[in-house]
Design a protein around this ligand. Sequence first.
Ligand SMILES: NC(=O)c1ccc[n+]([C@@H]2O[C@H](COP(=O)([O-])OP(=O)(O)OC[C@H]3O[C@@H](n4cnc5c(N)ncnc54)[C@H](O)[C@@H]3O)[C@@H](O)[C@H]2O)c1
Length: 286
Amino acid sequence: MAGEITRVGVVGLGTMGAGIAQVCAQAGFETVGVEVTDELGAKARERVGYYLGRSVEKERMTGEERDAALARLATTTSRADLAGCDLVIEAIVEDLGAKRELVAELDGILAPDAIVATNTSALSVTEIARASARAERVVGMHFFNPAPVLPLVEVVRTELAAEEPYERAYGFAAALGKEPVRCSDTPGFIVNRILIPLLNDCVRVLDEAGVSPEDLDKAMRFGAGWPIGPCALVDLIGVEIHVHASEALHAALGEPRMAPPERLVRMQAEGKLGRKTGEGFFTYES
Ligand SMILES: NC(=O)c1ccc[n+]([C@@H]2O[C@H](COP(=O)([O-])OP(=O)(O)OC[C@H]3O[C@@H](n4cnc5c(N)ncnc54)[C@H](O)[C@@H]3O)[C@@H](O)[C@H]2O)c1
């Protein structure tokens, strides 16, 4: 019987990885974060420190708890430092070749009973798993952005996965204080399979029906009970991320609704990516 998860690795400390590493360290796990340069590792650690500091200001945690969480997070540029991790979550670039190369290398670093999880949004977890000689120990753990805030984790089971590592990954997500759900390795998993075509429908209605983004958002908030309007949501996700996810889902399943609406493709070309550029459907103060 494999042991408990105590030490966790996170590879890639960008938007998602830094947030995931924060969640792991906050939940009490010794966490090793791997980046490509020391500068990027230090930047990620700073970001985690900043967000934990905000939680202290909002009295969601004490200064001691923040210091203890930060002390549990180490960063490195050497994958060899992942030796001794019971679970490694990869959150590197969304590139099949890069992820397969990483997963194959981890075979030689991790103990035989360690688990490898990929945070991929749109790639096949099965294709990533096949790069490992221990494909039965590779799962998907799909966190949502921002990882410290959004509770959902889709725990993705491939046909190659064994019961024990899959259930341990599921239990680990719950131990993080998250709300895990079980799903299979199908395009878009659960949320993106539904949300991407739905948001695309919303954007198409703007031009088809001559509705303003303000009124569309108002309609869905006050008529359908959405907590945030669809245009504001696309701005939050990032127009380029949504376009990329739409293209991937469309390539996989072929429904016309899944293809990115022309309006979003145009916004991407104009650099109107949403909150991160200060302008998308709406404008934002930096
Ligand atoms: N951004 C989102 O909303 C979101 C949501 C869920 C899942 N995802 C998935 O999470 C993954 C990461 O996305 P992101 O938005 O955080 O990207 P990002 O570009 O912000 O971060 C990727 C990080 O990985 C690092 N990196 C790249 N190659 C590496 C390697 N070989 N070893 C170590 N570090 C490496 C980069 O330096 C960068 O800091 C992708 O698979 C993406 O599909 C993204």
